[in-house]
Write a protein that binds this ligand. Structure first.
Ligand code: BG6
Length: 516
């Protein structure tokens, strides 16, 4: 097969294991996530031929609604939120006939008894043979109730070998170590750990999965991937959006719980982990946990020095006036919640000792992008005149997770007709090399949960280890007893203190991309 042929192969999601006829029950069926992400993902799986004929979706929520009304709500949402347009109605019409609505109260056991009856009475029940995937898309305070009630009515455990009884859990997974441990205990009483699929949607992104391919399916990068060649690593998740009506949740979470504990640390572990013994879920997750365990427990005053938290004040994004965070709906007017966090981490292991990892994420920033930047050490400066040498750029890899996904390798080249070096880049862009379909994270994750492939889901010890770090960060901040926190203007790239975090070590944040 030629390179051209390989790169032209459709990127449509594939699965080596076929999805069994299954009923997927979505708790929180009238909520935003169901409409925005989950049902559009099921639609794309159906469109790509990955769902069997006898596949049913049951929405479980409190409001009274008929099946027909529920289907119509979902159709309208699909029109709005599908990432491919136009909607293929030959697919949707067929699929929506297998969508049902079950009215029930999340804490009420009777609602689960009637759910069990309903599942048995589905027109598809004979083919489904009791294979159920339960999806917790509710507010997190109901996670325990739902799992407990499912267990109580006998829906959580398989009745025979090979029967599917799995649980997908959305974030937030706890709000600190203690609550995460207690949630893990509650869920594990109902479902065995191997059947619990904790979603971190970043792991479903093609570009995040590509980190493993990039590192371990190539010869040229991995030998350099260590303290001997790498000066430092940066991970930026920059969001232009504010809290988008989620002030109630966000004000008690902040950037550290909303983004750092999960998405940022996932990117961090994938960049830093050792090659796993094999590609099976446990081997990969073992390596990721080892990275988190290798972060030395920082002293509180060190952590205070090595972290920055800040909140956005008013400003302008794309010429539009943005109100300060404290003026957002359901946000306390004297809120001290951070909408920006930057953190310097080290990993105390053979590969990484002494290499700083700088992580930053924030809302209401100037650009919407996620990028990992890896800066290599300078070459020995014996060959070039000192004037040119000053202009030598450090080699640098920029891995763009989103948008305009791709990888750029920056290196020095001779400027034509001059004895001077100039930084140039080699570019890989998904859109150029892969002309086909780039699936959404939820499609990958749902199909994996349906087929029992758990690599892209977070294991309980991984979640807990990440909370240990974030809890220490909170303790460090609490020890400061500050009555205020730095503000940054909406539409900037965060507070001055974040630049200082790198400047004091002679470094700076990678420039903001210009191609988005
Ligand atoms: C979610 C956070 O998990 O991730 C949101 O709760 C954030 O606050 C979102 O906006 C970012 O995801 P993405 O895929 O848009 O980068």
């Amino acid at each position: 097969m030629t390179c051209q042929e390989i790169s032209q192969r459709p990127l449509a999601i594939t699965s080596s294991i076929p999805v069994k006829p299954t009923a997927a029950v979505i708790f929180g069926a009238t909520g935003d996530l169901t409409h925005r992400k989950i049902v559009p993902a099921f639609y794309h799986l159906a469109k790509n031929g990955l769902l069997p004929e006898d596949f049913a979706i049951i929405g479980f929520a409190r409001r009274p609604k008929t099946d027909a009304e529920f289907r119509e709500d979902l159709r309208v949402a699909l029109e709005q939120f599908s990432h491919t347009k136009p909607i293929d109605y030959s697919v949707w019409d067929k699929m929506s006939k297998h969508i049902y609505y079950h009215q029930g109260d999340l804490p009420d056991l009777d609602s689960y008894r009637s759910l069990a009856e309903r599942l048995k009475a589905l027109p598809e029940a004979d083919a489904i043979q009791g294979n159920y995937l339960f999806y917790l898309a509710t507010a997190p305070n109901y996670f325990g109730d739902v799992a407990g009630n499912l267990a109580e009515v006998g829906l959580a455990r398989a009745e025979r070998d090979g029967q599917v009884r799995r649980l997908i859990v959305e974030k937030p997974f706890g709000e600190d170590l203690q609550s995460a441990q207690s949630l893990n205990n509650t869920l594990q009483k109902a479902f065995p750990e191997k059947n619990i699929y904790r979603i971190d949607h970043y792991l479903g992104k093609e570009t995040v999965q590509n980190l493993m391919y990039f590192r371990f399916a190539n010869t040229i990068f991995e030998p350099l991937w260590n303290r001997n060649y790498i000066d430092h690593v940066q991970i930026t998740v920059s969001e232009k959006v504010g809290v988008m009506g989620r002030g109630g949740y966000y004000d008690s979470a902040g950037a550290s719980r909303d983004m750092l504990q999960n998405h940022m640390l996932q990117l961090f572990t994938l960049i830093a982990m050792e090659p796993p013994a094999s590609l099976d879920a446990e081997s990969i997750r073992d390596e990721k946990v080892k990275v988190l365990r290798s972060i030395p427990t920082p002293k509180l005053d060190e952590l205070t020095k090595n972290s920055v938290r800040a909140q956005y004040g008013g400003g302008f994004i794309d010429g539009k006036a943005i109100p300060a965070y404290r003026q957002e709906d359901r946000v306390a007017q004297n809120s001290l919640t951070e909408t920006f966090v930057a953190l310097r981490l080290e990993i105390d292991n053979w590969r990484w000792q002494g290499v700083p990892f700088y992580l930053r994420t924030g809302k209401a920033l100037s650009k919407q992008y996620t990028e990992i930047s890896i800066t290599f050490n300078r070459p020995p400066s014996v060959l070039f005149a000192s004037s040119a040498d000053e202009r030598l750029h450090r080699n640098n890899l920029r891995i763009r997770i989103q948008p305009n996904e791709g990888i750029t390798l920056n290196f020095n080249a001779k400027k034509p007709a001059k004895a001077e070096a100039q930084g140039v880049g080699m570019n890989f862009r998904y859109k150029q090399d892969f002309t086909d379909y780039l699936p959404e994270a939820y499609e990958r994750l749902i199909v994996d949960a349906l087929t029992g492939e758990s690599t892209l889901f977070t294991r309980s010890d991984e979640v807990e280890q990440a909370w240990r770090l974030v809890d220490t960060l909170h303790a460090a901040w609490a020890s400061q007893q500050s009555t205020n926190l730095p503000l940054y203007s909406a539409g900037s790239m965060g507070p001055f203190e974040s630049d200082l975090l790198l400047q004091r070590e002679g470094r700076r944040w990678a420039s903001v991309p210009t191609d988005i």
